[in-house]
Design a protein around this ligand. Structure first.
Ligand SMILES: C[S@@+](CC[C@H](N)C(=O)[O-])C[C@H]1O[C@@H](n2cnc3c(N)ncnc32)[C@H](O)[C@@H]1O
Length: 310
């Protein structure tokens, strides 16, 4: 269950109950979503964990297996959900999602139109952003994907904020009933330029559209389609750099050179006097930070445009 009211943050207000969705966290790249069921167990490389031991514990608790192994039980957030959801399609990740929500000015009460729904990664965050009074209408032409997305929205507790429709948005456009009502429209479609005229009709005056495309050729075609009815057309590529921060020892076996704090892996430079002094005390561990080798590079381009006010 995702939090949809910031004043009632789940992890602050109550303990884990039978039926709750929890994120079982082993490490930053190993976690999964599990529905707590009093009679069930979780079995992994650390041993067997009884769900009944989890009930009544605060979110964030460290829980132990029969072999003394442990995991953390976290409350589901949109950011964690994006990492654990079932990938039925390519999805949007946290960096792009954050930028989209900020740039589209999505706040509680907004009406947002989206296509395609895909795995519902972005939709889940949109739902949280418009809660408690707004709504997201999302469309995918793939019936099974739409059905799976609905199930996920039930699971995560955002289903009252999202309506999933099955529709070919490139072919038919958005349904007429939303004409002039949308605060923003988001497109993640193979040929978004085909849906842009309809998206323009759906937007309120001054409303904003965003289109996500992996290839620059798609961006070019979209921008050409946007020109007639939109203004302030801008394209961004959001690149995220993740750092690993851990305790370790300074590498001091390199003559006059050393690995520097916060520098990219393997980059070496001359030691300053201060660093030389620090190295004298090589026996005590230090906190090391360096860019993560597995950081995601290009995901796609985000093109934003504002409807022209006539
Ligand atoms: C890359 S996925 C969207 C992923 C989504 N943004 C997320 O974060 O999970 C693209 C989706 O668009 C859908 N799609 C493709 N063409 C479509 C069309 N003409 N009308 C509606 N949906 C379409 C596909 O079925 C697919 O599920």
């Amino acid at each position: 269950m995702l939090l949809t009211d910031s004043t009632k943050k789940l992890s602050f207000t109550r303990c884990i109950r039978d039926g709750d969705l929890v994120i079982v966290y082993e490490k930053h790249d190993t976690m999964k979503a599990i529905r707590v069921c009093e009679t069930s167990v979780l079995q992994n490389r650390f041993g067997v964990f009884k769900h009944s031991d989890w009930i009544g514990k605060p979110f964030g608790s460290k829980v132990f297996s029969n072999k003394g192994g442990f995991v953390y039980l976290l409350a589901a957030t949109p950011a964690l959900w994006t990492l654990v959801l079932n990938h039925r399609t390519q999805i949007l990740y946290i960096a792009d999602i954050s930028f989209v929500i900020m740039y589209l000015e999505i706040v509680p009460g907004c009406l947002v139109l989206e296509s395609g729904t895909g795995s519902g990664s972005l939709t889940t965050s949109l739902a949280r952003a418009v809660a408690p009074t707004g709504h997201v209408y999302t469309f995918d032409f793939h019936e099974q994907r739409a059905a799976s997305a609905r199930e996920d929205f039930e699971r995560t507790g955002v289903s009252s904020l999202v309506t999933v429709g099955v529709r070919d948005i490139q072919g038919e456009g958005f349904p007429d009933e939303y004409t002039g009502l949308a605060d923003s429209v988001f497109l993640d479609l193979p040929q978004p330029w085909l849906a842009i005229p309809s998206a323009g009709k759906m937007l309120k005056r001054d409303g904003i559209l965003c289109s996500f495309s992996p290839c620059i050729e798609q961006v070019q075609s979209s921008c050409a389609a946007l020109r007639s009815s939109f203004t302030d057309i801008r394209t961004f590529e959001v690149l995220l750099r993740t750092y690993e921060v851990h305790e370790g020892k300074m590498d001091c076996g390199q003559g006059d050179e050393s690995v520097s704090f916060g520098s990219p892996p393997y980059k070496r430079r001359q030691r300053s006097n201060e660093e030389s002094k620090m190295q004298e005390n090589t026996s005590s561990p230090v906190i090391l930070a360096r860019p993560c080798g597995e950081s995601r590079g290009h995901t796609g381009y985000l093109t934003f445009a504002r409807l022209k006010s006539l």
